[in-house]
Design a protein around this ligand. Structure first.
Ligand code: P6P
Length: 336
């Protein structure tokens, strides 16, 4: 039973038996993520003070300008995960292909792969709006000791053994699940320790917040347009409040506490939406479902989608169960 204010270290030890199949490696993996998160948090928090803000002068596979903090965060998580010899392979939004960790090619028994968005919402860095890290953990499906293959990464989200996010906001939080509910830890930067501030997080079944970039309205499918009008009409518990930060981790974190729905749909500008299935939608969907919420692409459960490509995108409807179900009703009125 989680005890409020216990440290993350104490929590991991107490819940060791909950880590399915784990012989302590998953615990060590979560521990390495919390270490890397502290390093990234330190850099994000001082970004305005040193010449680390601004473009790195390169673009990533997404064709997005790489902010210096993106690169720093990516390198920090990769280095920390590699040094611990727990992980066989890493896939990152910032890397064209997956990375094989040498330990997989000899007698190491590393059995986990990690997929991550090292700094989501990075376009908000220069305007001092909160950003986040998202991670997703699987057991490899190819034989332990052999080199990892793309097959180890292209698993459906329902095979995740853990997922989480770090939100670098007014305070820094690590929120994660290993399949036994969702718990949130807040960093005390003075002590460098994470404390259980949000035990057993539960997504409110209904809410009054809808989060979508309405600037794309004319490009949305008709079902999305109809749902937006539903949110805005004066009827029953509506109109809802529109809140959109432009940083998915922050939008979904707020909705998980207050209730709400986050939608990044496909559009005539982005035929599969913008968000990446493997290291944005799947981990957030796992967390949201573990908290009692719902996540789909407007038609199908996100976690049941079989990935075909490392960086493939998916439309994303995520949040309070009844709000997502209502949005899906509007989507069902039209051909997928
Ligand atoms: P738009 C940030 O770049 C991100 O990947 C998500 O964190 C965020 O929800 C979305 O893109 C914002 O995209 O097109 O509304 O600016």
């Amino acid at each position: 039973m989680p005890k409020k204010n216990q440290t993350l270290g104490e929590f991991i030890i107490e819940n060791q038996q909950d880590f399915a199949y784990s012989s302590g490696e998953l615990s060590r993996l979560i521990n390495s993520i919390r270490l890397a998160a502290k390093v990234v948090n330190h850099e994000v928090n001082k970004a305005g003070l040193v010449d680390i803000i601004g473009n790195f002068g390169e673009t990533n596979i997404q064709g997005e300008d790489q902010q210096k903090l993106d690169v720093m965060a990516n390198e920090t998580f990769i280095r920390t995960l590699t040094n611990r010899e727990i992980v066989c392979g890493i896939a990152s939004e910032e890397n064209d292909d997956f990375i094989t960790i040498a330990g997989c090619n000899n007698d190491h028994k590393n059995k986990y792969v990690v997929l991550m968005d090292p700094l989501d919402g990075s376009s908000n860095i220069d305007v001092n709006v909160s950003v986040g890290t998202i991670f997703s953990i699987y057991r490899r499906v190819t034989p332990v000791g052999s080199p990892v293959t793309k097959e180890d990464f292209l698993q459906p989200g329902n095979k995740q053994v853990a997922a989480g996010y770090i939100i670098y906001g007014t305070s820094t939080m690590l929120v994660y699940t290993t399949g036994n509910g969702v718990n949130g830890f807040t960093l005390n930067p003075a002590l460098g320790s994470w404390y259980l501030s949000h035990p057993e997080m539960t997504f409110p079944e209904v809410g009054k917040i809808y989060s979508i970039n309405e600037g794309n309205y004319v490009h949305f499918p008709q079902g999305v347009k109809d749902y937006i009008k539903y949110c805005q009409e004066e009827k029953e518990d509506r109109p809802y409040t529109s809140r959109y930060i432009g940083s998915m981790v922050s939008d979904i974190h707020r909705n998980m506490i207050k209730g709400g729905i986050f939608i990044y749909p496909k559009s005539s500008k982005a035929f599969n939406g913008k968000l990446r299935l493997l290291y944005e939608c799947n981990p957030m969907a796992y967390i949201v479902e573990q908290a009692g919420g719902k996540a789909s692409d407007g038609f199908r459960r996100i976690l049941d989608i079989k990935p075909m490509e490392l960086h493939q995108r998916a439309p994303f409807f995520c949040g309070s169960k009844k709000m997502v179900e209502k949005a899906e009703e509007f989507m069902a009125n039209y051909e997928e």
